[in-house]
Design a protein around this ligand. Structure first.
Ligand SMILES: CC(C)(COP(=O)(O)OP(=O)(O)OC[C@H]1O[C@@H](n2cnc3c(N)ncnc32)[C@H](O)[C@@H]1OP(=O)(O)O)[C@@H](O)C(=O)NCCC(=O)NCCS
Length: 339
């Protein structure tokens, strides 16, 4: 361009804009139907009911049957969430599925869920953030709703971890389970989802991992989960406890103003340790869904939330702290109003 030429003034474009706040409209869940109690577990690994209960709080876990695929469980959970929100599939503009155990990589599980539900033209994609996946999904959905890019976002955490678990590995077999939890995030007139704390620890990238799929299959083997349990335990009870306190503070609340604590259901001893450090009052309802469910990774928080709402221990509009943490090591959490 010669010096004498002045560049044309570009026209202003329209940026997206949306409602000021977002909230959870509803939650729905689906649990694998096969109940595997500790006695049955101890036929697969050298352990005892007493050891498992004392170290984790788990009495029994739920595994999916062959028919209970990630798609089936997601759709069942989503239908419940849609009904409870009084919405139809046509009201959903975005579907996000968080999973690390859907064996089909593409199309995204979210696209298949959208098809089954009959959403006409939704954006749809999957995320992989392990046991923090549900809270990652909430963070993204909240931003998308507030940007105006979607009216209602269906966020699903779904896992069939039993299919990635070596049932003879006594360091992991007793922990994991299968299920789906769905929630719908839509517009709100008042603040209802607090600021997120999230991040990851690159130094601990391999602490929980699944075998390389190609390498395992080339050897005719199934890829399995491996975990350095005590490292995860220490990280959760120190760093994640501090991040939980930060989430309460960022939401402008004190521990006394929380009504419920719904951490990722990894281990009741981790939850107990967090409770002590957060100094939560006795009045705070604490999710212990792991006792009869096991650790269902991305599904664990919405399933625990649904159970507390169904039992009447908590009610819609109360303040709950949710925080997920897992393979990566990744974490995310926020305080929100229960749907
Ligand atoms: C997995 C976990 C329950 C193991 O508990 P732990 O107290 O750390 O157990 P350790 O691995 O230190 O082993 C302690 C003892 O129990 C034994 N043990 C391990 N697994 C056992 C089992 N299934 N049954 C009986 N004994 C077992 C060990 O051999 C060891 O025995 P020793 O003291 O004689 O050497 C615990 O580390 C944990 O929950 N970590 C967090 C895992 C997690 O949350 N992962 C998912 C994050 S998303």
């Amino acid at each position: 361009m010669s010096a004498s030429m002045t560049p044309p003034v570009s026209s202003e474009l329209t940026a997206s804009s949306g409602p000021r706040y977002a909230k959870l409209l509803s939650v729905g869940g689906y649990r694998g139907s096969r109940v595997v109690d500790n006695a049955e577990m101890c036929t697969m690994i050298e352990s005892t009911d007493e050891w498992i209960q004392q170290r984790t709080g788990i009495v029994e876990r739920r595994w999916a049957t062959e028919e209970e695929t990630p798609l089936l469980m997601s759709v069942e959970a989503a239908r419940k969430a849609l009904d409870r929100a009084g919405l139809t599939a046509a009201d959903i503009d975005l579907v996000i599925c968080s999973t690390v155990s859907n064996f089909k990589q593409t199309p995204a599980l979210a696209c298949e869920v959208a098809k089954e539900l009959g959403c006409p033209d939704p954006a749809a994609f999957d995320i992989s953030a392990a046991c923090a996946g549900f809270c990652y999904g909430i963070t993204m959905a909240e931003g998308v709703v507030r940007s105006g890019a979607a009216r209602n976002v269906l966020v699903i955490g779904v896992e069939t971890l039993s299919r990635l678990t070596d049932i003879n590995d006594r360091s992991t077999a007793f922990l994991f389970s299968d299920g789906a939890g769905a929630t719908i995030v839509g517009a709100s007139d008042v603040p209802a989802i607090g600021p997120t704390v999230w991040g990851s620890d690159p130094e601990e990238v391999g602490v929980i991992h699944v075998d390389d799929w190609k390498e395992a299959m080339d050897q005719g083997e199934t890829p399995y989960i491996h975990m350095e349990g005590s490292k995860v335990f220490r990280w959760a009870t120190t760093f994640i406890a501090r991040k939980s306190a930060e989430a309460i503070k960022l939401a402008g609340l004190t521990p006394e103003q929380l009504d419920a604590f719904i951490p990722h259901q990894a281990n009741n001893r981790i939850t107990d340790s967090m409770l002590r450090q957060l100094k939560l009052p006795e009045s705070v309802v604490v999710a212990r869904d792991i006792t009869h469910m096991g650790n269902s990774s991305a599904a664990s928080i919405p399933l625990a939330m649904e159970a507390l709402l169904e039992s009447g221990e908590v009610t819609s509009g109360q303040n709950a702290l949710i925080i997920g943490f897992g393979a990566g090591l990744v974490y995310a959490g926020q305080v929100l109003k229960l749907p």
